[in-house]
Write a protein that binds this ligand. Structure first.
Ligand code: GLY
Length: 358
């Protein structure tokens, strides 16, 4: 088992990574102390695979368990699901000293996390991420939220988990779409702050998914350590943490223009990373050859790196809306070279001509 600690003073917590760790959830949860019961929240794709393992382990460790299975998919990340969860927590008699356990991907982690942030003004949360994206990104760092009709993640909180258990064996059953979705975020860490991780991916990529799976323990611990370092220095996302948004400005615009029915988040981010690096290299902000190196890796990993057929004006409009809704100014993440990045205050005009660049 490897452990990465997210150092946040009294709210520090461990991310423990190990094959089969899900079946030991009970002993890790019980060691937190003080809980009588655990409410496990999951979805209908994950429940048949892992719910029994998790609840069995919790019961064996002396915890009373209650579970709630929600429909899978982004639509579940809503205020109405949240409201149904509050009813479930009330019926189950979940008290302030008890635990909420999020068993699933990013949707379940964000939704159950927001329930934990708000139930009885906040109770402890354990994240059991079952997708690559949730393992390397969303389960760590405390961002929890629900979507609103006017935007994704518009209502939420920072609520750090008390523990994250990351089991690489769950990735064996991960459908290819979700695999690629997570890989986009893995490449992101290599680009922004971790050249050795990027090189490792380059070495393994020729052997495809089995090649990456061979080094998955290292991949997970590297990404999680990178995220822990960033979160420890900027928990509330006012500065450094924004580098985690590399490729996301254009990525979000692609997702919006495709009404969230086209490229997955991680694949849209992959395109966003490639295009901004081509543009920044053309403006001498990035070491020559960086964009070509990134494109080679994305190709080897079967990740997209060119824009889907969307009018440039629509993409720029989507970025402008995002900027208006969410930020006074646009912070772009620019690579100096693979492994080193910085923030650049700019505007959507930076992307003008992008459809020619790709
Ligand atoms: N997913 C980006 C962050 O946690 O800040």
């Amino acid at each position: 088992m490897q452990t990465v600690t997210v150092p946040l003073g009294e709210r520090s917590y461990d991310v423990r990574i190990g094959k089969g760790i899900l079946s030991r959830t009970g002993q890790h949860a019980a060691a937190l102390g003080g809980a009588r019961a655990a409410a496990v929240i999951t979805d209908d794709q994950v429940a048949p695979l892992y719910l029994q393992t998790v609840t069995g382990s919790l019961q064996a460790a002396g915890l009373q368990t209650f579970s709630r299975v929600l429909p899978h998919g982004e639509q579940t990340k809503s205020l109405s699901s949240l409201s149904s969860l509050y009813a479930f927590l009330a019926e189950s008699g979940i008290q302030r000293s008890d635990l909420i356990i999020a068993l699933g991907g990013g949707v379940i982690g964000d939704l159950a996390g927001f329930a934990a942030a708000t139930w009885l003004r906040g109770i402890r949360l354990i994240q059991l991420p079952t997708s690559l994206l949730a393992q390397v990104d969303s389960s760590v760092g405390g961002k929890v939220a629900v979507d609103m009709p006017f935007g994704k993640n518009m209502v939420g909180a920072f609520h750090q988990p008390s523990l994250v258990l990351c089991d690489p064996t769950v990735l064996d059953t991960l459908p290819e779409t979700f695999w690629r979705d997570g890989l986009g975020e893995v490449v992101k860490y290599g680009c922004i702050m971790d050249e050795p991780l990027f090189s490792l991916l380059e070495e393994q990529a020729a052997s495809g998914r089995p090649g990456i799976m061979q080094v998955m323990d290292t991949v997970l611990s590297s990404c999680i350590q990178d995220k822990a370092d960033v979160v420890a220095r900027d928990e509330h996302d006012t500065g450094l943490r924004m580098i985690l948004n590399f490729g996301h400005t254009l990525g979000h615009a692609i997702e919006t223009c495709q009404h969230y029915e086209g490229l997955t988040h991680g694949c849209a981010v992959a395109v966003g990373m490639q295009i901004i690096t081509e543009l920044s290299e053309a403006r001498s902000l990035t070491e020559p050859g960086t964009a070509a190196r990134l494109r080679r890796l994305l190709e080897q990993l079967s990740l997209p790196h060119t824009l889907p057929p969307i009018q440039e004006s629509l993409l720029l409009q989507a970025m402008q809306m995002d900027k208006k809704n969410l930020n006074a100014s646009l912070h772009l993440v620019i690579l100096e070279r693979i492994g080193t990045s910085h923030l650049l205050h700019s505007d959507p005009g930076f992307f003008a001509g992008m459809t020619q660049a790709s």
